[in-house]
Design a protein around this ligand. Structure first.
Ligand SMILES: NC(=O)c1ccc[n+]([C@@H]2O[C@H](COP(=O)([O-])OP(=O)(O)OC[C@H]3O[C@@H](n4cnc5c(N)ncnc54)[C@H](OP(=O)(O)O)[C@@H]3O)[C@@H](O)[C@H]2O)c1
Length: 350
């Protein structure tokens, strides 16, 4: 009899971890034990997975004894410290943080785009991309395979849950302060109403958009913008791909949206692009502006695929396409991608 692999979910109580437990309860159940791990603050809490209550234990070295695959959904510094510990104890690690994504000895995997990258993982760690990159890369991977990508220009409209549970709580609190008021009509009135409670964001996010995500990098770029560039290049195996990104936070709880200007090797047609998008695994074409049909976060949240609409050929460049893409940042943008990777790793071991 084949022994079912033991899975550990590290960060089970967080925004991504919570969705991962839901996904593990919905997908084909290939797992033996599922262990739930978080900080000592959460030890003893019980969380539901696969219809059973499972007790959360505190992160510790012996928590990985007997674990075959460990999914890490914790802050970057905790992943940097603990993923190698889990790997040294024999677990195959799939990490959702930015800690290892740029490491040449750690593959950065999107199962629909570059599954072969999984084969070489000398550190025993696989990284899952950033949620903003993941929102567009499945559709872009399919278009690249047909047309040959040459350049990307991207703007994001990022949901607050991309900044974790703290981001969700911040927007909900701010919305309760501005709901039913006349705020948003005078300079600074929203800021005064929410006070210092901007949480992980530098500005109020309710009734606002904030052109910033992440930390400050060289020459005014944000870490989130640099990640989209670095990660797209690594996943597509195109280290020189020109990528320009502006990341913006919007008052949406979950589901990132992106506008994408993608330039290709030669002329493209909207008909062929729509055909590729409509048939690519993990992507849904939702594009009928005459009928008022395009993807929006309000409809996409809670779904697995990434949704593509507003497919147009650039007016001034027959080699370029304009797209609007939406994807649930906690599902395909995080938990689902790691669950898919874990299933591929488990299949290797079977
Ligand atoms: N949110 C997204 O859309 C998204 C998308 C892609 C990747 N990611 C990445 O996924 C990771 C998790 O993000 P998130 O949004 O779920 O964050 P979150 O809501 O803040 O959750 C963080 C999780 O990490 C645990 N944790 C914190 N400190 C710990 C410690 N010292 N030891 C053990 N566990 C600890 C927390 O446990 P307690 O509850 O016990 O504190 C919680 O379970 C991050 O690296 C993030 O960058 C997030």
């Amino acid at each position: 009899m084949t022994v079912r692999p033991t899975l550990a979910v590290v960060g089970a109580t967080g925004a991504v971890g919570t969705v991962l437990l839901r996904i593990l309860s919905q997908r084909a159940d290939i797992w033996g034990d599922i262990r739930l791990i978080a900080s000592p603050r959460s030890a003893g809490r019980k969380l539901a997975v696969r219809g059973e209550e499972v007790e959360v234990t505190a992160l510790a070295e012996d928590a990985f004894d007997g674990v075959d695959i460990a999914l890490f959904d914790v802050p970057e510094d905790i992943a940097a410290q603990w993923a190698p510990v889990a790997a040294a104890r024999g677990a195959a690690v799939v990490d959702n943080s930015a800690a290892f994504r740029r490491d040449p000895d750690v593959p950065l995997v999107v199962p629909e785009v570059n599954p072969a990258a999984l084969r070489r993982r000398p550190r025993g760690i696989v990284a899952s991309p950033d949620c903003t990159t993941l929102t567009m890369i499945v559709a872009l991977g399919a278009l690249h395979a047909e047309f040959g990508l040459r350049e990307l220009v991207v703007s994001s409209y990022q949901a607050v849950s991309g900044a974790g549970q703290a981001g969700i709580e911040t927007l909900r609190r701010q919305l309760s302060l501005v709901a039913g008021t006349q705020l948003g009509t005078n300079p600074g009135d929203v800021r005064r109403a929410v006070g210092d409670g901007t949480g992980p964001f530098p500005e109020p996010v309710a009734l606002n958009v904030v052109p910033w995500a992440g930390s400050l990098c060289d020459e005014g770029w944000s870490s989130q913008e640099m990640r989209v560039r670095d990660e797209s290049r690594k996943i597509l195996g195109m280290p020189q791909l020109p990528v320009a990104v502006t990341c913006v936070r919007v008052p949406v709880i979950t589901t990132h949206s992106l506008t994408v200007h993608a330039r290709f090797e030669g002329e493209v047609t909207v008909g062929k692009a729509r055909e590729i998008i409509a048939t690519a695994p993990g992507v849904v074409l939702c594009d009928d502006p005459a009928a008022g049909e395009f993807p929006t976060p309000a409809d996409v949240v809670g779904t697995d695929p990434t949704w593509v609409g507003r497919v147009r050929r650039a007016l001034d460049d027959p080699t370029a396409l304009e797209l609007f893409v939406c994807g649930d940042n906690l599902r395909k943008g995080a938990a689902l991608n790691t669950a898919q990777i874990a299933e591929l790793v488990a299949a290797e071991k079977a």
